[in-house]
Design a protein around this ligand. Structure first.
Ligand SMILES: O=c1ccn([C@@H]2O[C@H](COP(=O)(O)OP(=O)(O)O[C@H]3O[C@H](CO)[C@@H](O)[C@H](O)[C@H]3O)[C@@H](O)[C@H]2O)c(=O)[nH]1
Length: 453
């Protein structure tokens, strides 16, 4: 049963119900969409999991209702990969989401006009459909990544998946510029489980939703959006970049950890365009070897850097979970003392907007990629899993605003070389020019949206 609504308006407006899976990179775009819908005069109720629940105090204009799910460990443990999490969350949220939505419909919320649910939550799409609530799916990844997902059955029939080592460099017909190695992968696996997850998402989209809402903008993904519409015979709306649509003082974001604002003062003392920002987002984990390669690559590059070393971001070891950041390699801090700043969590959007930032070493999570594009910051890409593979390819080969660091195991010398090229080389200068152009286009997209506030 849905609990009582917390905060939010109770007026008699047409109402939209939103539901996001409890990932940082999904919840924040959904809450931004919620704020925009509210600003357009709609009532908004956010159904949410108790795990990683949003803080109602940050969004007094919205109504919040917990679904009271019971999650198995694999839905939340840092040791389970993204696929296990997605499967477990879908299974665990299905019944409580349906009950919460049904209870809203019964209990005086007859004003519910539609639902917007997480585009990875097939359980919620199906439940909305069963209850007769028109639903839209919000994709918090790129249109290109969603197309890759929709193409999965065809890729399987054509023998591209499961991915084979000897085909890694082959182009994938119909999904250019992707090669086989750029297809969505989960921690190196593309098992039957992955195929069935992808099929469940595509099946629910086809059966239960009236349209797709994507946090992207036309200047970079018009062709992908058109193909999605054609393939699904459903409207696909570009609504992003969502973080630009809420004006210069958007509501404070849900934060995974307390952002270390000291790094902004540290950046203030640096010359313009001199610092490399390094972060792999809120979910990715690297093994100890790859972490050390990153560390010594940064040390060997000679460039100043701000590095987010998130608690739980290195697999294994004593500090694999909890609130402690993983230990840095011996002697690393002494070596980079004058030019390296290490934090557990940064105010990323402010960091990317800072004049001292020259480039962003990123895992290509879609939020980070959009944030980098919107600030005109070129990227060094190190995709870790899922849509990040697709996005990295678009960043480097379609939009020309990034360089590859190399996949998985990278040699220390290669890291240092890529870092220097992005910061000071000719390739870096060309990327910066293109990044500036995309920044202008993103800003134009944001100001042209009728729902910008
Ligand atoms: O120190 C930090 C590090 C990150 N962030 C923020 O955290 C978000 C990270 O989002 P994203 O870049 O999308 O990465 P993930 O957290 O990894 O996001 C998950 O969700 C995304 C959207 O679906 C997918 O693209 C990714 O592959 C998936 O891992 C961004 O808004 C960042 O600004 C901070 O504020 N401070």
């Amino acid at each position: 049963m849905a609990g009582p609504e917390q905060h939010g308006d109770s007026g008699h407006r047409r109402r939209v119900v939103l539901f996001s899976l409890p990932f940082h990179g999904h919840l924040n775009p959904m809450l931004k969409l919620a704020a925009l819908l509210h600003a357009r005069g709609l009532g908004v109720t956010v159904l949410h999991t108790c795990f990683n629940a949003p803080d109602p105090a940050r969004h007094p204009e919205l109504a919040f209702v917990p679904i009271h799910e019971t999650l198995p460990d694999e839905a939340t443990s840092p040791d389970s990969d993204i696929l296990r999490k997605l499967l477990a969350l879908n299974a665990a949220c299905e019944a409580p989401f349906r009950a919460a939505l049904a209870s809203l419909l019964r209990g005086g919320r007859r004003d519910v006009a539609c639902a917007v649910v997480d585009g990875q939550c097939y359980a919620a799409m199906a439940a909305a459909g069963e209850l007769g609530v028109p639903a839209l799916a919000l994709r918090t990844d790129s249109a290109a990544s969603f197309r890759n997902m929709l193409a999965w059955p065809r890729l399987r029939d054509a023998g591209y998946v499961p991915i084979k080592e000897e085909q890694l460099d082959e182009p994938v017909p119909g999904l250019e510029p992707l090669r086989v190695r750029d297809l969505i992968r989960v921690d190196g696996r593309d098992t039957d489980e992955h195929c069935s997850f992808v099929a469940s998402v595509a099946g629910a989209v086809r059966a239960s939703v009236s349209g797709i809402v994507i946090n992207t903008f036309e200047a970079i993904e018009a062709a992908e959006l058109a193909k999605i519409q054609r393939e699904l015979s459903l409207p696909a709306f570009a609504v992003g970049p969502l973080h630009l649509l809420l004006g210069r003082t958007p509501p404070e974001e849900q934060s995974l950890h307390e952002p270390d604002r000291g790094c902004l003062a540290w950046l203030d003392a640096r010359p313009p365009r001199s610092v490399l920002y390094v972060s792999l987002g809120s979910l990715a984990r690297v093994d100890r070897g790859a972490f050390e390669v990153m560390a010594w690559g940064l040390a060997g590059s000679g460039v100043p850097f701000l590095w987010v070393v998130r608690p739980g971001s290195v697999a294994g070891g004593a500090a694999a979970a909890g609130d402690e950041a993983p230990p840095l390699p011996d002697r690393f801090e002494d070596e980079v003392r004058d030019r390296g700043k290490i934090v557990k969590w940064a105010p990323q959007r402010e960091v990317l907007a800072h004049a001292a930032i020259a480039a962003f070493w990123t895992h290509c999570g879609w939020n980070s990629t959009l944030e980098s594009i919107c600030e005109g910051v070129p990227m060094l890409v190190q995709p870790c899993f899922a849509d990040q593979m697709v996005t990295a390819r678009y960043v480097t080969h379609e939009w020309g605003v990034g360089l590859e660091v190399g996949e998985e195991v990278v040699e220390r010398g290669m890291v240092a070389k890529a870092v220097r090229e992005a910061m000071a080389g000719d390739g870096g200068a060309r990327m910066r020019e293109r990044a500036h152009r995309l920044q202008m286009q993103a800003s134009a997209a944001a100001t042209s949206r009728p729902w910008t506030v």
